[in-house]
Design a protein. Structure first.
Length: 430
């Protein structure tokens, strides 16, 4: 079984609405239950500062969004769920990446270009009101992704360019300093529809047509009653195409229920009755989650604790990884020779270690050996030493988080994955 690492960030700058639930929260929580997937979900609060300079709002939104994900069934035991600003290695890596990122690459970012275009149209200076934060946005996002070497990044289409930039930045770094980063890929969920809002356009904060995910029952009823419909009278057949009401119903109902609603439209159901059915259906889906949400909002400490614990787990990976990057770029102790030999001795004396060698078949191999000399892992043969090296780097990086072995290494007879993980941990902290 190969494990794919998924990572995605949510910018906390507003209150989650039904569109966020259908388009992002629900599919992500479902995906996180797949045993072949290791998920990293985080609140991108450093990103929020770029567009929102109201401290109370950033703070409130972080709580609301984290509580929404937990209420929707995200299991923080299984998913690494954290807050970006709890991981100091992210801004640290941002700087290392900034220094290998061409300014020209950032000049081409859509969000930055759009801000410039708006200024030009309004006859202002092109950089009017454009912060360096907006300009640097793609580098911070690259650091988010690369610090955990994520393979796949589920995002909306508007973010695809940022993932491509993260790949470019990672490739520049690898080219200069060696193969440290996995090149991430965007995972665009084609099947997930965007939800219609109250006015029939896409549900979005910028159109002010949203239904908050955890509105009270009374608010939910009122908002659903305000969804636009056409002026067809009760008894007149109604069109499902272009009906926001039908579209929202479909996003919550089973295929059978949807078929029944489609028939009711054809038979001329009154808009008021259709709205009542929609309200009941959505409320049925949301009310257990709403209860959990209200409970978490009343006990923010629980959310704080969950995020802190996730942050600790995330840092256990980020800390040694960024330490290795610091060394790679030359930020090292000034006495490299002496520290290296001491460490080298310690490795042969008592720490687990990797041994690389070449066999008569001309291929390159490695073993992973415990401090007492017991064989733990044996690799298959590789054509190039670099391939063996990359796999070793991968194992070192995964360390504590390793949940399965890559296909190209095998555990020695009678050695459990758990002992290998322990030895990798000992190696990382030694
Ligand atoms: N920029 C993303 C958005 O606005 C949020 C985000 C920040 C993100 N860092 C990320 C998404 C890393 C994926 C991976 O939607």
């Amino acid at each position: 079984m190969t494990i794919t690492r998924f990572l995605t960030g949510i910018t906390p700058s507003g209150t989650p609405h039904l569109g966020n639930f259908v388009g992002s929260i629900r599919p992500s929580v479902a995906a996180s239950r797949n045993p072949e997937v290791q998920s990293f979900y985080f609140l991108a609060d450093y990103h929020a500062l770029i567009k929102c300079q109201e401290p109370a709002r950033v703070n409130r939104s972080t709580l609301e969004i984290a509580a929404s994900w937990l209420a929707a069934g995200l299991d923080p035991e299984h998913v690494t769920f954290y807050r970006q600003s709890d991981i100091p290695e992210i801004p640290e890596l941002t700087w290392l990446l900034t220094c290998v990122t061409g300014k020209g690459l950032l000049n081409r970012a859509h969000a930055y270009k759009a801000a410039q275009d708006r200024n030009r149209e309004a006859g202002h200076d092109t950089d009017d009101g454009v912060s360096a934060g907006l300009f640097m946005y793609p580098v911070l996002m690259a650091a988010d992704i690369l610090v955990f070497n994520a393979h796949k990044v589920p995002v909306g289409r508007d973010q695809v360019q940022h993932i491509e930039m993260a790949r470019d930045i990672a490739a520049s770094f690898n080219h200069l300093y060696g193969e440290h980063f996995t090149l991430p890929e965007a995972a665009i969920e084609e099947k997930v529809a965007t939800l219609a809002g109250l006015d029939g356009r896409k549900m979005s904060k910028s159109y002010d047509n949203t239904i908050p995910l955890f509105a009270t029952r009374a608010e939910l009823r009122k908002l659903i009653a305000s969804i636009v419909t056409d002026s067809r009278a009760p008894g007149e057949p109604k069109e499902v195409e272009g009906s926001a009401l039908f579209q929202i119903y479909q996003a919550f109902a089973t295929p059978e229920e949807t078929a029944t609603m489609r028939a009711a439209y054809a038979q001329g159901i009154a808009w008021g009755d259709a709205k009542q059915l929609l309200f009941e259906r959505v409320d049925k889906e949301l009310s257990p989650m709403r209860e959990r949400y209200d409970d978490l909002m009343a006990h923010p400490q629980r959310v704080e604790t969950a995020l802190r614990q996730g942050g600790e787990r995330a840092r256990a990976l980020a800390r040694p990884f960024v330490q290795g990057l610091r060394e790679a770029v030359g930020l090292r102790p000034l006495t490299p020779a002496s520290t290296a030999t001491q460490k080298g001795k310690a490795a042969t004396a008592g720490l687990p270690h990797f041994k690389q060698y070449r066999e008569k078949d001309g291929k390159f191999y490695f073993k992973f050996v415990a401090g007492d000399g017991t064989l733990l892992l044996q690799s298959t043969g590789f054509d190039a030493p670099r391939d063996a090296g990359q796999l070793i780097a991968h194992l070192q990086r995964e360390g504590a988080a390793l949940t399965a072995l890559p296909a190209t290494v095998t555990a020695a007879d009678g050695v459990a994955l758990d002992s290998i993980v322990q030895a990798l941990k000992a190696l990382a902290s030694g």
